[in-house]
Every structure is written in structure tokens, then in C-alpha cells.
Design a protein around this ligand. Structure first.
Ligand code: ADP
Ligand code: MG
Length: 605
């Protein structure tokens, strides 16, 4: 029996195509808001009912459409934005395919109401399942409103896959807030079932918009190079998440996900992020339109760069210089969630946020500070006063520190009044009504790491020959692994050679470091074999080993430091870049306000 081939009617074609563009209410909002932006709107209002499942309304004060355009807009491939393929190479608009309205209309009931400045009466077009139902004149302000009812009413299979209204509102709110970073001069509002859940007034700069959305203590960054402009804010490595959901990327005005940028940002953190840690913040990249291909994804949520190496280098450089400014204590004003939100925008907490770093705080005695993802539910067992501290944002940098000259002056370790060493590892200090605690091992590690890296960069790394080589006994497997790394260790002025299959001898150490615990270092290095591609990632490997070297040359828990040694360490820290965090990104110093300390004793009540 032969198959019968037939050409599908337009309504069916549009329904099928809708699957690509319109997955859920959030994708509808995205397309409609993009259209409002393209229409030159300065005020965009979105209203949802049941998370958009029953109704989505997007109103703008943009250029509007004339009567015949308003009808034409629903045709597949009807667009006012491009007319030839060449237009795609210097695209200045978010839309270009002319398929969003056709796709949305195919799977819902749509009412479009619009008026241009030139016409004195507006027009209202009603569509149902992709078919024109009615066109009428109507009194209307300049601009456009599109109302979508009963999304997927005629495609029940899709309707089944809709997420809960709450999840949808949260997603839409995040998307709006994040994409608004590209256009600070537009006002964005979102109302969900009558409640305003987002209201971002127009501001002058992206940094200001960033401050409306993110915790204020992120570090600002900006860099211009070879026609590539990068701007944004990034967080302390201690705020890193276990996935990239806290990192917002905007490229030429589009909110996208992009592996290259994520990688560049991570590299900008130097060695301070662990393998699966991702910083929070946002990166806005602007580059000539012809250097980006935006037509690589059905929902336009990915792009492709023509000069990706250059983009990578500029983003990495911008982040690196911002990160270098980390000097401040990590405040223990504990946490709130979410990582990517402000007091005004409670976004769903991201899962997998590393809590252990924050909990370098007063934790155990005062009730458990639960994993960040649980924070909303946390009611610590003992002192009730902790629960509201837990609910506040961690501030690693008070906002005044972002503005040079404003507020309290720059933090200096040498200004600390050292009180004593506790729990074998922590240096307790006092500074201006604050209790400041320095992790001496992390501090020393940072100083040593910087020493070795600076010496290497300046070609001043020298081998200090040992009078009597130190012989270290290992397993034969460890010896094999270690010998694979001999060359890398040599790069760092660390000389090892094989004595026999279970022993190696250390004959030289970097002169900038003293008292290296060779046994611990060698065991540590031998624990993992070098991966095959290490030559391509030589610098990364060397950094990795440098961090280990620094670690094993540092004072250890249990070492007793004299007051003199403590202040010597403090002044070295004042000279060191990145002194706020150890090479592994853990905080070096953390502080408690008087109020926090008093709350431990219930004096705040
Ligand atoms: P695209 O955005 O790719 O052009 P759409 O299907 O999203 O395709 O929109 C089709 C056309 O309808 C647009 O090119 C534009 O001319 C017009 N349009 C859509 N939304 C608006 C709006 N909010 N204001 C003015 N014109 C609009
Ligand atoms: Mg569009």
C-alpha cells in the first residue's frame, strides 16, 4: 500500500512550528517582550494569570502597527525587520524570523490591540488557533498590547507538559530581570495574578540596573578591547554555585547561554574556583553585529562568535582585574537567598549553592545554617535570633567599598588589633567595632602562592639546592605518577628524582618558599596522574601545582605564631593581590559585626 503525500495546511504548519518557538508561557513572554523592545518601547508591562497558563498580557509604548500591518504580523515569515539574508549580518533587532506571532497565534487565542502615532484610531485583531476571527477599530493609546488566552488549548499534548504556575512566574521574572540588564533605559514591570512581582524603573547604566537585581556587593567590571566591550559584576568565589545558573550572560542585547563566556569567566577567577564551581554575576558583551551569528538556535538563546578567542580573552581579562580587587573580609552577616536577586526580586533559590563556605562563620554552636537551597525553610534549632540573620544576604563587600573614597576606608590587615590564636588555626582580631577572624593557613597559602607565581612571571624563580637531598618513601604507583609530573614541578623550581621504585629524592626547592613539607607535597601530587592533554593546559597545571606547593609550605593548624609573625603575615597580605581568598577560593578573613556578636548572647532583643 503506497503512502499518500499531501501538503499540510498553513494552520497545521504553524502548529508544528510553534513547538520550536513556543514551549511554555515563558517563551511566549520572551518573544512578546523582544517585539516590544524592537518597537522602541521605554515601558514594558507584563501581566500573567496562573503563571501564563490562562492569560498573558504584554503592553508596550512602542511604535505600534498600522491596520494592515497588524493583520499581516500573524502571517508566517512576516517581519518588518529584515528583507534579505545580508540583513542578518548587521542585525540591530532581537527578532528577525517573523515566526513568533504566527506560532503563538497557532496554539492560542490572541487579541492584538495597537495604534501608531500617525493614526488617530487603533485597531484590534482577534485570532483563534491561527485563524483570523475579527478586525475592528478601537480607541487606543500609542503602542501595542498583545493578550494570549488559553495557551495550547488546541494542542493538548503540549498542555500536559506545562510546569506549575509558580515555577513559570519565577522563570519569567528571572528572564525579565536578567534580560533587562541589556537595556537599563527601559522600565520593566511584571504582575502575577494581580500582585506586582517585578518593578524595575528606568536607570542610566547597566551597573545601576545590576544593582537593582543583584546583591550590591558584587564587584563591577568593564573592559574595552578590539571593538569588544564587556561590562558586568561578579561575586566572591566563596559565593560560587555548583552550576552556571547564577551567571547571566547578555550578548548584543540578547540573554543567552554561552559556554565560551562561562569558561572565560571561570578562568578569570584564576585558580579560585573548584572544578565544578561557577561564579554568580552578570556579563554583558557588546561587539559588532557582523561578529556574532544570532541565527543558530530556534529560541535564539545561543549565539556563535566569529572571533571567539578574542571575546574569550577580553571577558577573562575583565573578570581577572575585578577579582584582583578582592581584599575585604568576607562578612558573616549571613545569608539570604537568592544568589541572583535583590530584596525586590525574590527569585527561586538556585540549588546546589555551596553552603560550607559561608558556614566558616559562627555556625555550630548557634544552630545549623542549612544548605543555602533550604534557607527559606531554615529555622535553626537553638537561638531564634539567628533565623533572621540567616535570611539576610551575605555581603562580602559592603556596597560603599565599591565606590572609591566612599564610606569606610579600605580594609588593611595591618590595622587589625591582634588578640590571639584560637582553635589552633584562627587569628582573632578586633577592628572598629568588629570581630575579625583570619584563617592563618589560608592567609599563608595566599601569600606563598602569590610569591611563587610572581617569581615565575618575573623569571626570578630560583632553585635552592638542598645540602642533603630529602628522600621520601612512596608506593611504586605514586613514584610513577610523580615522575610524570617531574617536568611540571621543575617549572616551579622544585627538583625531584627517582631513587628507586619506592623512593624519590628532593634536591632543590623554590627559594621563595621555605620549610616545604616535601613528603606531604609529593604524596599530594602523586595522588592523581597527569591527564593526557596536560601540555595544552600547561599553565593551568602549573597553577594547580603552585597552589599545592603554597599549601604545603604554609603554616599549619597547630603551629603557634608569635605576635611578630602574625604582623609580618598581615603586612604581606596587605601587599598581596587577592588577599581576600586563598588559592582555592576559600575566604582568608571573615568578620562579625558587634550586632552579630551581641545576638549570640541574646543582647539584641
Ligand atoms: P519578528 O519579531 O521576527 O519580526 P514576530 O512574529 O515576532 O516576528 O513579529 C512580526 C512583526 O510584527 C514584527 O516584525 C513587527 O513588525 C510587528 N510587531 C510585533 N510585535 C510588535 C509590537 N509590540 N510593536 C510593534 N510592532 C510589532
Ligand atoms: Mg519577534
Amino acid at each position: 500500500m503506497g503512502v499518500k503525500i499531501k501538503v499540510l495546511p498553513d494552520t497545521v504548519i504553524n502548529q508544528i512550528a510553534a513547538g520550536e518557538v513556543v514551549e511554555r508561557p515563558a517563551s511566549v513572554v520572551r518573544e512578546l517582550v523582544d517585539n516590544a523592545v524592537d518597537a522602541g518601547a521605554t515601558d514594558i508591562f507584563v501581566a500573567l494569570e496562573s503563571g501564563g497558563h490562562s492569560r498573558i498580557r504584554v503592553r508596550d509604548n512602542g511604535c505600534g502597527m498600522a491596520r494592515d500591518e497588524a493583520v499581516l504580523a500573524f502571517e508566517r515569515h512576516a517581519t518588518s525587520k529584515v528583507s534579505s539574508i545580508e540583513d542578518l549580518t548587521h542585525l540591530g533587532t532581537l527578532g528577525f524570523r517573523g515566526e513568533a506571532l504566527a506560532s503563538i497565534a497557532a496554539v492560542s487565542k490572541v487579541k492584538l490591540t495597537t495604534r501608531t502615532r500617525e493614526s488617530d484610531v487603533g485597531v484590534q485583531v482577534t485570532m483563534r488557533g491561527g485563524k483570523l476571527v475579527n478586525v475592528q477599530s478601537i480607541a487606543w493609546n500609542e503602542g501595542t498590547e498583545i493578550e494570549i488566552e488559553h495557551l495550547f488549548f488546541n494542542t493538548p499534548a503540549r498542555r500536559k507538559f506545562l510546569k506549575s504556575p509558580r515555577a513559570e512566574v519565577s522563570r519569567i521574572r528571572s528572564w525579565l530581570a536578567h534580560s533587562s540588564l541589556a537595556r537599563p533605559s527601559i522600565r520593566y514591570r511584571l504582575v502575577s495574578d494581580g500582585d506586582e512581582v517585578l518593578n524595575l524603573s528606568a536607570v542610566d547604566s547597566r551597573i545601576e540596573r545590576g544593582k537593582q537585581i543583584f546583591p550590591p556587593e558584587l564587584m563591577p567590571l568593564s573592559l574595552d578591547e578590539g571593538g569588544i566591550h564587556v561590562e558586568g559584576m561578579v561575586g566572591h568565589p566563596g559565593q560560587a554555585l555548583s552550576d552556571s545558573s547564577g551567571l547571566v550572560i547578555v550578548i548584543n542585547g540578547r540573554l543567552v547561554s554561552d559556554k565560551i563566556i562561562v569558561r572565560a569567566v571561570r578562568e578569570g577567577y584564576d585558580s579560585m574556583l573548584k572544578d565544578r564551581e561557577f561564579p554568580i554575576g552578570y556579563i554583558v558583551v557588546d561587539l559588532p553585529a557582523e561578529d556574532v551569528d544570532v541565527n543558530v538556535h530556534p529560541q535564539k538563546s545561543e549565539v556563535r562568535f566569529r572571533r571567539s578567542d578574542q571575546v574569550f580573552a577580553v571577558v577573562r581579562g575583565a573578570v581577572l582585574s575585578a577579582i584582583r580587587s578582592i581584599r575585604k573580609p568576607m562578612s558573616t552577616e549571613p545569608l539570604s537567598l537568592p544568589p541572583v536577586a535583590s530584596p525586590h526580586i525574590p527569585v527561586q533559590p538556585a540549588t546546589g549553592l555551596r553552603a560550607d563556605r559561608y558556614v566558616a562563620s559562627p555556625a555550630p554552636e548557634f544552630g545549623r545554617l542549612a544548605a543555602l537551597s533550604d534557607v527559606e525553610e531554615v529555622r535553626p534549632v537553638s537561638a531564634p535570633s539567628i533565623s533572621d540573620t540567616v535570611a539576610r544576604q551575605p555581603s562580602f563587600f559592603s556596597s560603599t567599598d565599591l565606590v572609591p573614597g566612599a564610606g569606610r576606608r579600605a580594609f588593611r590587615f595591618s590595622d587589625l588589633r591582634y588578640v590571639g590564636q584560637i582553635l589552633e588555626c584562627y587569628l582573632v582580631c578586633e577592628l572598629e567595632e568588629r570581630l575579625v577572624v583570619v584563617d592563618m593557613h589560608a592567609a599563608h597559602e595566599r601569600v606563598n602562592y602569590n610569591k611563587i607565581r610572581t617569581a615565575r612571571a618575573e623569571h626570578k624563580l630560583r632553585v635552592q639546592k638542598l645540602l642533603i637531598p630529602e628522600v621520601v618513601r612512596l608506593t611504586s604507583e605514586q613514584v610513577t605518577h610523580l615522575m610524570e609530573q617531574r617536568e611540571l614541578l621543575g617549572e616551579l623550581a622544585f627538583e625531584v628524582s627517582e631513587v628507586d621504585h619506592e623512593r624519590v629524592a628532593v634536591s632543590g626547592v623554590p627559594s621563595v618558599l621555605s620549610h616545604i613539607n616535601c613528603t606531604a607535597l609529593l604524596k599530594d601530587c602523586a595522588a592523581e596522574p597527569v591527564s593526557a592533554g596536560w601540555r595544552e593546559r600547561l599553565e593551568e597545571r602549573i597553577d594547580h601545582i603552585a597552589a599545592r606547593l603554597a599549601c604545603h609550605a604554609s603554616v599549619r593548624s597547630g603551629d603557634l605564631l608569635s605576635r611578630h609573625e602574625v604582623y609580618a603575615l598581615f603586612s604581606e597580605l596587605d601587599e598581596a593581590e587577592l588577599s581576600g581568598a586563598c588559592p582555592h577560593g576559600r575566604p582568608v578573613v571573615t568578620e562579625f559585626s558587634r550586632e552579630a556578636v551581641e545576638s549570640w548572647f541574646g543582647r539584641d532583643r
